[in-house]
Design a protein around this ligand. Structure first.
Ligand code: ATP
Ligand code: MG
Length: 500
C-alpha cells in the first residue's frame, strides 16, 4: 500500500522536484504529512480529504503517512495538494501505479474537488523536465512556455478519469496573443533637455541614473519613460522574467510571455524583504527581481529606509540578490537599471532657488541618508529644474521614444561587439584596451582627479559613460574631451549632494 507520485515545489524563483510518497496501513485512521512541509502544505490534509470525498471517491479509514522527499528541502505552498490526492488514490488501488508513473501533478485543491492555480507554475513545470505534467486548466498556456507535455483539468475527477483513460484531457484555453503594453512616450516631455539626454545615455549604456529636482520638475514623468527606450526582451530574458513573475504569483494573464522590459516602482515605505526578496516561510522574489531585465524606479529615494538603501549595494554590483537563511539559501536574479528620484532637500526647493526653507542641519541629515557608496553606484546624477513656461506652452513636442530607442539599440550593439551587454559592464582592462582616451580627454580627467572632485572609482565610471555618449553618435569614433566633459556634466548633481 505504498505509492510514489511526482510533483514540485518552489524555491526562490526555481522549481525543485518533489517525490510524494504515500503509505496506507491498517491502524487508527490518521493523516500525517512529513518532510519539512510549511503550514500550507500541512493544511493540505484537510483540503485533500474533502476534495476526494466531494469527487465521490472513497477515503480510506486507515493510517495514512505522506512523506515529501527530499526531506531536507522545505516544501511551500498548496501546489502539492493534487499530488498528495493522486498518491492516496494510487496507494489504495483506486488508480493503478502504471497510470501515474512518470507524470508530475501540480495544483491546489478546493474542498469541492476543483483544481486551482498555485504560484510558480512555470518554474515548477520546468523542474519536471521532459516528464508529462498535469496542472490546473487555466495554467496550461503558461506551463506550455517551457514544456510541450502539459495536460490540464478543472477538477480532481477530470484528472482521475483522464489518468484512467476514460476521457480525454479537456482542451485548454488558447494562449494569449502577445500584445505590447502601450508605454508612455518621451514626446510628452517638453523641454528638459538634460533630463532627456540622461535618460537616453542611461538606456544606451545601462548606467544607473539619479534625478534630483524640486516637486513637479518631471522626475517621475521621465523615469516612467525609460523602459520604453530599452530594446524588447530577448527570448531567454523573456522566459526568465516570466519565470520570476510566475514564482511571485504575478503571471501575465493568459499565459503570454513577457516581452516588455518590466518597470517596478516600490513605495518608499517598502521593507527590506519586499525590495530584496526572501522571507521566512518561503523565499519569494522581491522588487529587485521583479525588475530583472528592466527598470527599478525608487521615487523619493531619500525616504527609503537606510537598511533598504544599504542592502541595494551588493545586488547592484553583482546582478543577483543572495538571500541566506538558517535553513535555506537562494540566489534571486536582479540585473536591473536603477533610477532614483529625489528632492534636493526636505522642503523640495533646493538651496539654489532661494526659496528653500530648510536649515543646513536638516538638509545635511536628509542627504546623509544616501551613503557615499550608494551614490557611487549612480553613474549619472542630473539636477532638474521645473519646466520652462515657454517650453510647456509653446515648444513643439519632444523627440518620440521610438527615435531615441533606435539610437539606444545601435549603441547597445556596439557594447555587444566589445563582449559585454552594456557599457556599464565594461571591465577596466577592456576600457583601457578598446576605449582609449584622447590627449585632451586625459588632461581633463587628470585635472578633475588632482582637484579631488573625481575619485578612482568615479574615473572608470565617467570613462564608461563617455564611451556611451560617443557610441550614441558613432560607435566607431575615438573618445574625445567633448565626450568626457558631457559624462562629467551628467553626474553634476552627485557632487552637489556629497559636498553640500
Ligand atoms: N517637462 C514637462 N513636460 C510636460 N509636462 C510636465 C513636464 N514636467 C512636469 N510636467 C507635468 O507635471 C506633472 C508632475 O510631474 P512629475 O510627477 O514627473 O514631477 P516630480 O518631479 O516627480 O514631482 P514630485 O517630486 O512631486 O514627485 C506631470 O504629470 C506633467 O503633467
Ligand atoms: Mg515624482
Amino acid at each position: 500500500m505504498l505509492s510514489t507520485v511526482l510533483s514540485a515545489t518552489l524555491h526562490g524563483v526555481e522549481g525543485r522536484l518533489v517525490e510524494v510518497e504515500v503509505h496506507v496501513s491498517s491502524g487508527l485512521p490518521s493523516f500525517t504529512v512529513v518532510g519539512l512541509p510549511d503550514a500550507a502544505v500541512r493544511e493540505s490534509r484537510d483540503r485533500v480529504r474533502a476534495a476526494v470525498l466531494s469527487t465521490g471517491l472513497k477515503w480510506p479509514a486507515q493510517r495514512i503517512t505522506v512523506n515529501l522527499a527530499p526531506s531536507s528541502l522545505r516544501k511551500t505552498g498548496a501546489g502539492l495538494d493534487l499530488a498528495v490526492a493522486i498518491g492516496v488514490l494510487t496507494a489504495v488501488g483506486a488508480l493503478a501505479g502504471g497510470e501515474v508513473a512518470g507524470t508530475g501533478f501540480i495544483g491546489e485543491l478546493g474542498l469541492d474537488g476543483s483544481l486551482r492555480s498555485a504560484p510558480g507554475i512555470v518554474p515548477m513545470v520546468s523542474a519536471l523536465g521532459t516528464k508529462r505534467v498535469v496542472v490546473p486548466l487555466g495554467c496550461v498556456p503558461e506551463a506550455r512556455l517551457l514544456s510541450s507535455r502539459v495536460c490540464g483539468a478543472r477538477t480532481l475527477s477530470e484528472v482521475v478519469d483522464a489518468v484512467r483513460g476514460r476521457r480525454d484531457w479537456p482542451a485548454p484555453p488558447p494562449p494569449a496573443t502577445l500584445v505590447s503594453r502601450a508605454q508612455p512616450d518621451l514626446a510628452d516631455v517638453r523641454g528638459q533637455l538634460v533630463g532627456r539626454r540622461a535618460l537616453e545615455v542611461a538606456a544606451a549604456g545601462g548606467h544607473h541614473l539619479l534625478l534630483v529636482g524640486p516637486p513637479g520638475s518631471g522626475k517621475t514623468m521621465l523615469a516612467t519613460r525609460l523602459p520604453g527606450l530599452l530594446p524588447p526582451l530577448e527570448r531567454s530574458e523573456a522566459l526568465e522574467v516570466t519565470r520570476i513573475y510566475s514564482a511571485a504569483g504575478l503571471s501575465v494573464p493568459g499565459g503570454a510571455l513577457a516581452t516588455d522590459p518590466p518597470l517596478r516602482a516600490p513605495h518608499h515605505g517598502a521593507t527590506e524583504v519586499s525590495v530584496l526578496g526572501g522571507g521566512t516561510a518561503c523565499l519569494r522574489p522581491g522588487e529587485l527581481s521583479l525588475a530583472h531585465c528592466g527598470v527599478l524606479f525608487l521615487d523619493e529615494l531619500a525616504e527609503f529606509s537606510v537598511a533598504v538603501l544599504d542592502a541595494l549595494r551588493q545586488p547592484l554590483e553583482e546582478g543577483v540578490v543572495r538571500v541566506r537563511r538558517a535553513r535555506s539559501a537562494v540566489d534571486l536574479p536582479a540585473r536591473i537599471l536603477l533610477v532614483g528620484a529625489m528632492n534636493p532637500c526636505p522642503c523640495g526647493e533646493g538651496a539654489m532657488r532661494g526659496a528653500c526653507r530648510c536649515t543646513d542641519h536638516s538638509r545635511a541629515r536628509y542627504q546623509r541618508r544616501l551613503s557615499a557608496p550608494l551614490l557611487d553606484r549612480f553613474d549619472l546624477a542630473v539636477p532638474l529644474c521645473r519646466p520652462d513656461v515657454g517650453d510647456l506652452l509653446g515648444a513643439p513636442c519632444g523627440e518620440p521614444s521610438a527615435k531615441v530607442a533606435e539610437r539606444v539599440r545601435l549603441a547597445r550593439a556596439a557594447a555587444v561587439v566589445r563582449g559585454v551587454r552594456v557599457n556599464a559592464e565594461l571591465p577596466v582592462t577592456t576600457l583601457r584596451q578598446e576605449c582609449p582616451l584622447s590627449a585632451g580627454a586625459t588632461a581633463l580627467l587628470e585635472r578633475r582627479l588632482r582637484s579631488g572632485t573625481l575619485s578612482a572609482r568615479g574615473l572608470h565610471r565617467v570613462w564608461r559613460v563617455a564611451r556611451t555618449v560617443a557610441d550614441l553618435e558613432d560607435p566607431g569614433q575615438p573618445l574625445t574631451e567633448r565626450h568626457v566633459a558631457e559624462a562629467l556634466a551628467l553626474r553634476a548633481a552627485r557632487e552637489t549632494l556629497i559636498l553640500s
